[in-house]
Write a protein of this length. Structure first.
Length: 196
């Protein structure tokens, strides 16, 4: 099994999906069975530097622009319930702000017409032409959605099944969500750790 160990996690080269498909599928299932987590390298479409710039751009927006894209819970004039921006809550132990998006469906799709919040399009931040956040976010979601389908196919193959056995659950209209996260510093909070 071609693996490196890092913090006891298997590191698998995803490019093997085209050169050693069955071998990668076997290694993937073994890693998931034995540990439950793994690291994939050489994943097509994975561009951490562009993703990091997108997060920096988004989370550095002024508060009034973030208000425009907040979920209805935080900005009652917005209609989006499930997707969009949510602010950091100082009362929550997981102090984070986030922006969520998912599959982009046409406005005539039955789930959009019916108001299914799991398929709603988020309100997008206003762009000034200097950074194409919406394009980058949608492109990254689509690439990672394709990657997740490929992972499910490899798992099926590694389990001895037809590799398309999960397609009907994950391909036609997936409910996947991509969440951009930012953990801002907490003012006035000091974590005290006891050494006793």
């Amino acid at each position: 099994m071609e693996q490196e160990q890092e913090a006891n996690l298997s590191v698998l080269d995803f490019s093997r999906a085209t050169t050693d498909r069955y071998g990668l599928a076997t290694d993937l299932v073994e890693a998931l069975h034995d540990v439950g987590f793994l690291v994939l390298i050489n994943v097509p479409g994975s561009d951490p530097s562009t993703l990091h710039r997108a997060c920096e751009w988004l989370f550095s927006l002024p508060k009034e622009l973030k208000m425009d894209i907040m979920r209805k819970r935080w900005n009652p004039i917005n209609s989006n319930v499930y997707r969009g921006f949510f602010p950091a809550d100082p009362t929550n132990s997981s102090y984070k702000e986030a922006f969520e998006l998912g599959l982009d469906l046409p406005s005539a799709d039955p789930d959009i017409v019916a108001g299914n919040v799991f398929y709603e399009d988020p309100p997008w931040p206003r762009e000034d032409g200097t950074f194409p956040f919406k394009t980058i976010a949608r492109d990254y979601f689509n690439k990672m959605q394709s990657t997740s389908v490929e992972i499910m196919r490899l798992i099926a193959l590694g389990l001895g099944e037809n590799e398309n056995v999960f397609d009907k659950m994950f391909c036609s209209k997936p409910l996947s969500t991509l969440r951009f996260l930012h953990y801002p510093p907490r003012e006035g909070k000091i974590l005290q750790i006891s050494t006793n």
